[in-house]
Design a protein around this ligand. Structure first.
Ligand code: HEM
Length: 154
């Protein structure tokens, strides 16, 4: 198999991972908007929405895993040449922020929300604004990463 085909295979996997990650991030954002709408009206319906959207973080993890593995593959095939370019360094920093945002912040807030929802422990106002911040950071940074990856500013 030629190196060109292997390289293109990594790019295809990178874009599939990107599709999964960015797609489910948007779906998670839209799903949460529905959740909060129902939360204010009818908590039993909100529970159903919560159940439906709880699968998204799993797909996000699969997506980010695929992105990282294929990204490493691309770097290997290109002998790390992108690693010296400014756009890539900024992108890499943003990827780290996105990973921390997903695992240290977003996931924790969602767990707390589930807990407070199940035990009916008061309103979840603070968690609501934290999850909104999580989605803003996630979507904004993914957008900047797309710009950096395509335009490769230097
Ligand atoms: C949330 C994370 C990421 C997203 C959304 C993302 C998205 C993208 C997109 C849309 C492209 C453009 C593909 C093209 O022009 O054909 C790209 C290219 C690239 N990505 Fe990523 N990426 C991410 C993380 C990573 C990571 C972690 C690495 C390295 C370990 C990486 C390495 C690369 C490289 C080297 C290219 C240039 C490929 C080329 O133009 O030949 N990416 N990425």
């Amino acid at each position: 198999m030629s190196t060109q085909i292997i390289f293109q295979g990594f790019v295809v996997l990178h874009l599939i991972g990107f599709l999964l990650f960015a797609g489910t991030s948007v779906a998670d954002f839209v799903g949460f908007r529905q959740f909060w709408k129902q939360y204010d009206l009818d908590k039993s319906k909100a529970a159903t929405v919560m159940q439906a959207i709880s699968v998204f973080p799993v797909l996000m993890r699969v997506g980010i895993g695929l992105i990282i593995l294929s990204g490493i593959g691309i770097m290997y095939m290109t002998h790390g040449v992108f690693g010296e370019q400014l756009w890539f360094r900024v992108k890499f920093g943003l990827v780290i922020v996105i990973i921390l945002n997903t695992f240290l912040f977003g996931q924790r807030q969602k767990k707390q929300l589930k807990k407070s929802f199940e035990t009916s422990a008061g309103t979840a106002q603070k968690i609501r604004s934290n999850i909104s911040l999580f989605h803003t950071v996630q979507l904004l940074f993914v957008f900047i990463i797309i710009l950096l990856s395509v335009y490769k500013f230097n």
